[in-house]
Design a binder for this molecule. Structure first.
Ligand code: GLY
Length: 473
């Protein structure tokens, strides 16, 4: 068997799922060189070499890679921070190792303003109404306030406030969730505006879905659609999180989508791709340049945002179902001869188990926190037994977890993901639920309605109502 050395830059369960997909290769013997934020129990076990760089500093990663240049054939990057900081530009300049992720120039999440302008040029109908407020254009607060007020008149107050740069100031704020009056909205706006440009855009009504694709620079190949659960608590309540879980149906689309929605999404992604690629090829886009959060509205799909890396948890719905060898697929992305990947026609459900501090659970439900377990090690052995029992229909991916003195502890973010696979969503969900329930300790909790029949039925009904309102769709 041919031996391949692969660098995996990892953040959480998504990176673990990527590493697992390489380890399952039947065509190659893979030596994994994994860069992690902490000593992840899964990665530490399977890596040929495992190195902890807590802030994923690109210069530190590059130093590590240079020392292993002869052993590493290619690399792949999970999180956006090193992509935005130019990890690919740096490593490809300093070594002969190709990376799978876009270059800094194509990390289009780096600026929400530029992102909206790109969509406006490529396919304007996918943008909500939006207006950019630039501190350089205003003499004082009262001037910008007047303009914000007049824009809110046009939007009938149904507005979303977004800072240009990721994680600047207070972040994204939504009318009805984060503020209920113009004064509150403006306070949120100013907290972002002091750091730079801010967008105020129309709040859209609809159901969300996640589109992901692989790209070799010449073409994009779409992966089946998934649904993320961003809010912390059941019934889509509470603060936004990185995603508490996600589901994928059999086939390519979700139960509340139509084939027409799916075709439109592919058309949208291709138009944006053509805009960036130019006429023939642009290998700088290699990787997952379009992980698009869509919202399905009465007028069809519109874009909430785009990231140039795979979704977490969404890529975990897809990677375990790849029939093609993932190493081979990556080599095709590098060589520019990517083919449509074959994917098993199964449903998948991801459920994350997270610590009480995550998503504000301990503040909202203090009575539900199992205090006797706080700070205790997490016992994954019961869940691991289930992985054996389900023989390929269950994956267990520790994320924000650390091995310390022989025990495994949950850290602050999403601790561990269970991925159930099944002939339908209900079966996949049952397996994932059994798995998260078998994980003990650390006072971990999870959202119980991920992919539930009730939740999915609500999405279907809501889309029916919106489509009626939208007319012919
Ligand atoms: N699931 C949300 C994200 O990956 O950004």
């Amino acid at each position: 068997m041919e031996k391949v050395g692969i660098l995996v830059v990892c953040y959480g369960s998504r990176g673990v799922a990527i590493a697992d997909a390489f380890k399952r290769s039947l065509e190659y013997e893979t030596d994994l060189y994994i860069v992690d934020r902490q000593k992840n129990p899964f990665n530490a076990r399977i890596a040929k070499e495992h190195i902890v760089i807590p802030d994923l500093n690109v210069n530190e990663i590059c130093k590590f890679v240079k020392k292993r240049e002869r052993e590493i054939d290619f690399g792949i990057v999970g999180p956006e921070k090193p992509i935005i900081e130019g990890i690919r530009d740096l490593i490809e300049a300093e070594t002969e190792i190709p990376l799978i992720c876009p270059t800094k120039k194509f990390a289009i999440e780096a600026s929400k303003v530029e992102q909206r302008k790109l969509f406006q040029k490529a396919i304007p109908e996918v943008n909500p109404k939006f207006k950019v407020f630039d501190p350089a254009d205003y003499r004082d607060v009262s001037e910008v306030k007047r303009e914000v007020w007049s824009w809110l008149d046009e939007l009938n107050n149904q507005a979303v406030v977004k800072p240009d740069k990721p994680a600047a100031g207070k972040g994204v704020g939504v009318w009805g969730d984060h503020f209920r009056s113009r004064e509150e909205l403006f306070e949120h706006f100013l907290a972002n505006f002091k750091y730079g440009r801010v967008i105020i855009e129309e709040k859209l009504e609809g159901e969300e879905s996640s589109f992901q694709c692989f790209c070799d620079g010449k073409r994009i190949v779409p992966l089946p659609e998934t649904r993320d659960y961003k809010r912390a608590f059941e019934g889509d309540e509470g603060p936004n999180t990185g995603g508490m879980g996600s589901y994928k149906d059999t086939g390519n689309i979700l139960p509340f989508m139509t084939e027409k929605d799916w075709d439109k999404e592919i058309e949208i992604a291709n138009k944006i791709f053509s805009e960036l690629r130019g006429k023939t090829s642009n290998p700088e886009l290699r990787g997952t340049p379009f992980y698009i959060a869509f919202i399905h509205t009465a007028e069809g799909p519109k874009i909430l945002e785009n990231n140039s890396r795979p979704g977490d948890p969404e890529i975990m719905n897809v990677l375990p179902l790849l029939k093609d060898d993932f190493v081979d697929l990556c080599m095709r992305m590098i060589d520019g001869n990517l083919k449509e990947p074959k994917i098993e026609d199964l449903a998948s459900v991801v459920i994350y188990k997270v610590p009480p501090t995550y998503g504000g659970f301990n503040e909202r439900f203090p009575e539900k926190v199992r205090r006797e377990e706080l700070g205790s090690p997490v016992d994954l052995s019961g869940a691991e037994k289930l992985v054996e029992k389900y023989g390929g229909r269950l994956r267990l991916y520790p994320g924000s977890m650390e091995v310390r003195d022989g025990e495994t502890y949950a850290l602050r973010s999403r601790a561990v993901a269970a991925v159930g696979l099944g002939d339908g969503i209900a079966e996949a969900r049952k397996i994932a639920l059994e798995c998260v329930e078998a994980i003990r300790g650390g006072a971990l909790w999870f959202r119980k309605d991920i992919a539930s029949k009730e939740h999915i039925s609500r999405s279907i009904e809501r889309m029916k109502t919106l489509r009626k309102r939208g007319g012919s769709r």
